[in-house]
Design a binder for this molecule. Structure first.
Ligand code: CP
Ligand code: NVA
Length: 328
């Protein structure tokens, strides 16, 4: 299988075999790193650009460490300190960076922006998160689920919370591609875009995957292998919507009732960062305003044995390394 020079913008652009190849290769690279085997000769001397229009801890560090492990140098571009979007269009920026770099990562707002970069850059472009898709995250999620359960096909994954955004969309696509059973569990107003559901259903028809939208928590979580959630207000959304989101999504919080209903086999996953205590600035503000000590997940679940969120975070690096190694 040859994925050289391919962009990595969303999972729906790949066949199930190609998605699995990224995951299998990530497992190999992870084993090599743990065994102390160098991969610095894989792309020695290459350069990559990392554009982040939104903040990041995991994704940025993963790209930088993975690039270094593959023998490459990375340049971080903060739009507030560059010409991007203000004095220079996306198309012009992409053409300039494509002349200097071997690959470009982009994190930002509408998915059409990363598509435009890919159209003009002439080198592989990797999506580090857009409003609609977060494909490197769900590759890490798949690797983590496989490490825990030993397989992916047939796994039942229930996503709780705002199911109209990048994480639910990407998990739905992942499940569709790999024959897993996806349930979006939310208030009906927060169900995914019907066009994305339709595209995922078409992919699901080829793999035996299923896609379900369910507003009843007990029905949606009963027997689930994976309970997954994400923040209720995503990056780039205004602070004013917290009140409405809390009102609408508090019934879909992941708490001990949800985990017990799912069963002992269930694991808890979250792309992170998570609001599970008062040790963050926003967490404190929400507590002062609304009296909540946690939001999308309770602290007891986040800290429980069923929580595999830090394995998941580590796997961001191994899977991003796989994406770069195979597409460059
Ligand atoms: N999960 C994730 O993308 O984390 P960062 O925002 O820290 O990159
Ligand atoms: N939905 C979140 C995911 C963060 C990794 C956001 O876009 O902010």
């Amino acid at each position: 299988m040859n994925l050289k020079n391919r962009n990595f913008l969303k999972l729906l652009d790949f066949t199930p075999e190609e998605v699995m190849y990224f995951i299998d290769h990530a497992a190999e690279l992870k084993a090599m790193k743990k065994a102390g085997q160098s991969t610095a000769d894989h792309h020695a001397g290459k350069n990559i650009a990392l554009i982040f229009e939104k903040t990041s801890t995991r994704t940025r560090c993963s790209f930088e460490i993975a690039a270094n492990d593959l023998g490459m140098h990375s340049t971080f571009l903060d739009p507030s300190a560059s010409q991007i979007g203000k004095k220079e269009s996306i198309a012009d920026t992409a053409r300039v960076l494509g002349r200097m770099f071997d690959g470009i990562e982009y994190r930002g707002f509408d998915h059409s922006i990363v598509e435009e970069i890919a159209k003009y850059a002439g080198v592989p472009v990797w999506n580090g998160l857009t409003n609609q898709w977060h494909p490197t995250q769900v590759l890490a999620d798949a690797l983590t689920i496989r490490e825990h359960f030993g397989h992916l096909k047939g796994i039942k994954l229930t996503y709780m919370g705002d199911a109209r955004y990048n994480m639910a969309d990407s998990l739905m696509a992942l499940c569709a591609k790999l024959g897993m059973h996806f349930t979006a569990c939310s208030n009906k107003n927060y169900f995914p875009d019907p066009a994305i559901v339709k595209a995922c259903e078409e992919a699901a028809a080829e793999t035996g995957a299923t896609i379900r939208l369910e507003d009843d928590v007990d029905k949606a979580t009963k027997g689930a292998d994976v309970i997954y959630t994400d923040v209720w207000v995503s990056m780039g959304e205004p602070d004013e919507i917290w009140e409405q989101r809390i009102h609408d999504l508090l019934p879909y919080q992941v708490n001990s009732h949800v985990m017990e209903n799912a069963g002992e086999q269930a694991v808890f996953m979250h792309c992170l960062p998570a609001f599970h205590d008062l040790n963050t600035k926003i967490g404190k503000q929400i507590y002062e305003k609304f009296g909540l000590t946690c939001m999308e997940v309770t602290d007891d679940v986040f800290e429980s044995k069923q929580s595999i969120v830090f394995d998941e975070a580590e796997n961001r690096m191994h899977t991003i390394k796989s994406v770069m190694d195979l597409t460059l």
